[in-house]
Design a protein around this ligand. Sequence first.
Ligand code: GDD
Ligand code: MG
Length: 374
Amino acid sequence: MNISLQSKTVKPLKALILAGGFGTRLRPISCTRPKSLFPIVNKPLLQWTFERLAKNNITEAILAVNHQTEVYIKQHRIPKCELHIRYSRDPLRKPLGTGGPIKKAEKLISHDNPFLVLNGDIFADVNYTEVLNIHKEGKAVATIALHRAEDPSRYGVAELAEDNRIKRFIEKPARGTAPTNLINAGVYVLSPKILDYIPNGKTVSLEREIFPKLADKGTLYGYAFEGLWMDIGKPEEYLQLNKILLDSFTNKRKLRSRARTEVKNPVAFDKGVSIGEKSFIGPYAVLGRDIVVGNNVHIRDSVIFPGVTVGDSSSINGAIIGEGAIIGRGVKIEKGCIIGDYAKIKDNVSLAENISVCPAKEVSESALTPKCIY
Ligand code: GDD
Ligand code: MG
């Protein structure tokens, strides 16, 4: 899809990416990187977003970050896809929420043109032009891309009128009380007028404090779309997004593997992955850069971050393994486990379902009930 959002007479659309949240539900992996840097099939989510923006002829992206996320993002050296990247930082000790960072970036946003805002933790196959068109037609202050969800209570929910106006917007309604299953997909076109609604220097929730007001005034519009959409806020969603994308393409990269390794597609291997004999990889295994896997290892339904070592006769099923972790021999890691970066799981340890291990922690005893080992 290559859609132009520019014409010779109109200034190019700028995008602001909200990337300063703390990713609490993805701990302990999110203790050491922001959600926007989680690899999705071996490519940081933010890179997918940059690529999508560039394909849509957007030339400038403002990253609304906090001090820590800015450091992590810069360290990652994500290809910029020819975008002009600028940073707008929340004040120290004062996260500005989802609205405050937009006001904070006021000087970087064009004042005579609508702009795009994206939640930084979503993967959204949205046609930005369609959102922009609805925005312009309605002379809206804000236009939200909307997606259908089975359980809308975890999201912002919109009640949409026939003319694309949002009659009501409720952020995270109590379970069973949502008026529709149309949810806020975290992609907005905003008119500069939005800046009049957000106080300076304050923590503001766009979804709780601003959108309901705009809905009452009749200046909030919605665009329902059907493409792939996912928020990676929870571990199971993160794994699910990897799975969906794995299904959509196969990795052709050659493995440095010895004889009799069985690879069951779909799988993805980044550069420098090496696998021993009689190991079974897949289906749905994503192996990051420079991973070393021993003999007789089973890995499926899991994402393994770069630099991990997995010893002989271990099995990993339905887990997320953080960067540089060392998994010993004869280790068993079950569904829902999350192993923090550089953690060390010693030989013959079994981790039952839903166990998290903090970064750099050494685990020498098996754990059989869900808990966080710190
Ligand atoms: N700069 C900055 N400062 N960014 C922030 C802050 C902050 O204080 N707080 C959150 N963000 C960023 C997060 O990094 C994320 O990319 C985005 O804002 C949304 O915040 P989340 O914390 O992930 O919100 P949510 O997932 O509970 O709900 C939001 O997203 C849903 C869709 O995934 C809401 O927008 C819902 O209405 C929406 O349905
Ligand atoms: Mg989120």
